[in-house]
Design a protein around this ligand. Sequence first.
Ligand code: ADP
Ligand code: MG
Length: 206
Amino acid sequence: MDAAALNAWMHEFARLIAENTAKLTELDSAIGDGDHGFNMDRGLKAVVQALDDEPPDTPSALFKRVGMTLISKVGGASGPLYGTAFLRMSAAADTSVDGPGFAKVLRAGLDGVVARGKCVAGDKTMYDALAPAVDALDAGLAEGKDFPAALQAAVDAATAGRDATVPMAARKGRASYLGERSAGHADPGATSVTLLLVAAAATLTD
Ligand code: ADP
Ligand code: MG
């Protein structure tokens, strides 16, 4: 995967966020302040603009541009969380990213979310979708699956992780103010990060 392939991934993520803005707004209205859909859509539109203005020529430069743009354009908790993830991905990316290299990049992004959010499994955050996805990608590649199959396993794990946030009571972020009343809805960040994986599977082949 070169910068152009990863650029296509970011464009597809932006498209999926735009398509699901109302859903993300609905979820964040149920357990937060309702801004996650709008925040993410504004941020990803700015990402597309920045990438189109001057397409970065390395994976590292591309992820850095994405991270900086998200930090400056996405408000709330999720801007710094996604931004930190992409800056860590930038630092972890080789000149050309192969399957194991992509798994390493995604793991670095997850580590960035943890460093920034101090989140653990079961807090009802984006971690609960992203961590199982990264684990499934590593496991799939270790089992000898080809990259598209391992990436599909990561999508399935993210989706299951997102769905598993429904009954959880939030322990991090704004939703935690609701305590037990935050149960019954999927976490907005777990929902948006699942779209990141869906976009990867739709655009990236080894
Ligand atoms: P805000 O909560 O400030 O309005 P957003 O609505 O944009 O920000 O994002 C909310 C999402 O951010 C949550 O659904 C959750 O997935 C994620 N989040 C919030 N706090 C944390 C944290 N400490 N660690 C990981 N993710 C978090
Ligand atoms: Mg919010």
